[in-house]
Design a binder for this molecule. Structure first.
Ligand SMILES: Cc1cc2nc3c(=O)[nH]c(=O)nc-3n(C[C@H](O)[C@H](O)[C@H](O)COP(=O)(O)O)c2cc1C
Length: 196
């Protein structure tokens, strides 16, 4: 999707005791990047679209949430954010992130992000490059406004050497934000099919 189509519109690992599914005692991490504030098609939001989906996955799986957050926050204004993100993409930047989580202790990692021009935000690579992905199962999930997963799965496969990938899901951001029953159903159906 073209850039011009988009007009305005911590370490915080959290263990969830609730476990909706039997995951065969596998340790599950849900690591995600997500940005609140102003975004395309949703206006100003308190909680990012990808975070909403991440929390649904956590409720279903009992996994641990980790929010990948940059030390320097992105501008709240959508167009200003676009400018910063575009420069980072062009430079293949690795913006510093807050805190960390021991990925190596987990079996399955759900990795979530918004689609930014067919890629993940560069901060997701900062996170990836801090860890050893050998033997891990990675399940991508993204939110987007038309581009779906794009080529993000292939890019992640290259970045996470030694990991095995399962089928990801793409949820429209505005659906995650404003039609949560619909988004939750998609997430549940996808998890059912993964048969973890
Ligand atoms: C910098 C930037 C670039 C984006 N590029 C795309 C894109 O190429 N394709 C698309 O479908 N959506 C694009 N979007 C929209 C986001 O993917 C969408 O709003 C997503 O749900 C945001 O998730 P978040 O609230 O978790 O950050 C872009 C948004 C931003 C801020």
């Amino acid at each position: 999707m073209m850039l011009m189509n988009f007009s305005p519109i911590a370490l915080c690992a959290q263990d969830l005791s609730k476990k909706g599914r039997d995951m065969n005692d596998k340790k599950i991490l849900i690591a995600f990047f997500s940005r609140a504030d102003e975004n395309y098609n949703v206006g100003y939001i308190d909680k990012g679209n990808t975070q909403i989906v991440a929390e649904m996955i956590a409720e279903e799986t009992g996994g641990t949430l980790f929010h990948i957050e940059t030390e320097i926050p992105y501008p709240a204004n959508y167009m200003e954010c676009i400018d910063v993100a575009k420069k980072e993409l062009k430079a293949k930047a690795r913006p510093a992130i807050k805190g960390d989580v021991p990925v190596e202790d987990y079996d399955i990692i759900f990795l979530g992000y918004p689609n930014w021009w067919g890629d993940t935000p560069m901060a997701v690579y900062t996170f990836i490059e801090k860890h050893n992905w050998q033997g891990k199962i990675i399940i991508p999930f993204c939110t987007h406004e038309g581009s779906g997963l794009g080529s993000t799965e292939n890019k992640l496969k290259k970045a996470c050497t030694g990991a095995t990938f399962r089928n990801g899901i793409a949820v429209q951001g505005a659906t995650a934000q404003n039609r949560q029953d619909q988004a939750r159903k998609s997430v549940k159906d996808w998890l059912d099919k993964l048969n973890l």
